[in-house]
Design a protein around this ligand. Sequence first.
Ligand code: CTP
Length: 398
Amino acid sequence: MKHQKIVLYVTGSIAAYKAVYLLRLFQKQGAEVRVVMTPFAEKFVSKLTFASLCKHRVYSDSSFSDHGENIDHIELAKWADISVIAPASADFIAKMAQGIADNFALTTLLATETPKYVVPAMNDVMWNNFATKKNIETLATNHITILNPGYGMLAEGYAAQGRMMEPEEIVNAINISLQDKPLTGKHFLITAGGTIEDLDPVRYISNRSSGKMGYALAQVAAQQGADVTLISANSHLADPQNMKIIKVKTSDELKDAIMQQLPANDVLVMAAAVSDFKPVAVATQKIKKSENSDELVLHLKKTADILKLVANVIRANQLIVGFAAETNNVQKNAENKLNKKHLDMIVLNDVSNQKIGFGSDDNQVTLINKTGIIRQTGIESKQQIAQEIIQVIEDQLN
Ligand code: CTP
């Protein structure tokens, strides 16, 4: 971002206060920043706050000059290298998608040819509204990057999706997208989440996987230019925009989806936690407690080991990466899996450490291939870990 000229568009949302910190982060990265505020944004944060920090006047509807000397919106539109709309309200997104230009911010944006990043922030119902979804899709298909809102506490006082991405994450995502796209032309198949096996109409067997690691890997690969297909097993995370997503429930559905997609891909990253067993038969009625026994015996059978099946069908130039969730003898067990499943690399997760692994935002992994340990990470965010894993995969593809 060094020496980049960024125009930060602040629209009407309670998250506008976070745009102040975002401005500071852009400056710390060496960027020069100008701020445009919509009339509604000015009700949340004062123009003076932004003006004092960016040492420049803040643009707003009063910037439309009537003396004809400068056409501010055109000059600003040409000045910018990057446009960031944060927070982007539902109303502003709708107008952008339609090309409406009824305030200074929208007019400038319509006249600028820079890469654009939209960082939505809104109520969860508004975010899930069909109209918002359609508008977001319109922007995304027109090469505008959407930095999706996260799940967290909303101003309304409950937790849901709609919370603006944190400023540090915004800077990180923009930095990544500005880099070269070294994975352009590569096809990645990434699995995430945990499979579910029904026992009866109300109960099932599953595992603690949240899907966070697989989703982070898919996002990083896509940001680096890869064509990504994400197979998601029962994850509650928001759908990323810039990839194909296939939803599955059971290990058999996961297996079928992988087998169908695999031929068109260069890399398979198997981050999904697959049920190792499924019921011999799924009860069609709810299993009732018995008066005669305090125990219930479930008859389970092994599911297919998908990676072993994959090993039988892969082409020589396809790269297969597995995961190993281990609690003891971690390295030895991971190396055994690498060999037994004929993998090119295995990502070892020590799940006995409660601070990392399942459900947590952080992780710590060891990357192992046939020559031994290639890399060991510290305890870092799953996003950072994903970047390191994708980097190693990229090195192996070259
Ligand atoms: N895996 C798979 N098919 C299965 C089970 C696991 O393809 N039926 C994949 C996982 O997605 C992961 C790797 O194999 O990439 C290792 O999974 P893990 O659960 O750690 O090992 P298991 O093979 O299930 O062995 P165990 O449960 O005995 O540790």
